[in-house]
Design a protein around this ligand. Sequence first.
Ligand code: BTN
Length: 263
Amino acid sequence: MERSFHTAWVGNEFYYFDEIDSTNAEAKRLAQKNTLHGTVVAADKQSAGKGRHGRSWQSPSGRDIYFSIILKPDFSPECASGLTLVMALAVSRAVEEHCGIRAQIKWPNDVVVNGKKVCGILTEMCVETAAISYVIIGTGINVNRQDTPEEFPKEIRNTATSLFLEKGTVIDRESLLQKILQSFEAYYGQYVKHLSMEQLLEEYNTRLVNRNRQVRVLDPKGEWGGIARGINRQGELLVEKENGTVMQVYAGEVSVRGLYGYV
Ligand code: BTN
């Protein structure tokens, strides 16, 4: 589809679907063909939206934003996990500018408004002979969901919200997507310059919702607690244990939650 997002390279190739299984799955299928770095796949509805840790991502039509970006970078696979943080920054900046509401980040990949999740990011990578073949960054944003049991089922009601519910007015999805793609392009440029979060560290840590708060680190090898102090240049979360040791937590299979709930 021909579409200009007023970006240099993100979204120059753009695929839109009224309904698709998952934009990440479609992006993977496309990435195996000759697709451009920066190709964007978006859908109004997903029938099999995927979340982190094998969960599903509820994706009704006419309400939200679901999109995936295909990247074909020439850096090494260890640097790819930072791209989730880059997208979290891009979404929070765009939400703030477009909707005029404060957006924070719950490390590594949730964007949070007033303590509740509005956006999740699922980054998937294909590596061949130790080099990145492609990276897919999939992003789902609760934009115009209403406060009904169908749109916010019991399981997520206390931890999730939508931009509509927080702002009180309907949000134009296309112009929000355009803003996100523009900010992603700008932040990506800064990330790639140093192949680290160096230039983005300060803004990320300012937005970090758990900063200087008690967190539980949910590691499959065992759960433990401490105070989140911010991220380092590699995008790892620094968590200070009671004995003063500062641990570097790598996102991978780990998630973090607040002592009394989600944040
Ligand atoms: C999470 O669990 O927080 C991550 C959710 C990611 C959902 C998005 S929606 C667009 C893209 N396509 C998918 O199937 N998942 C991601």
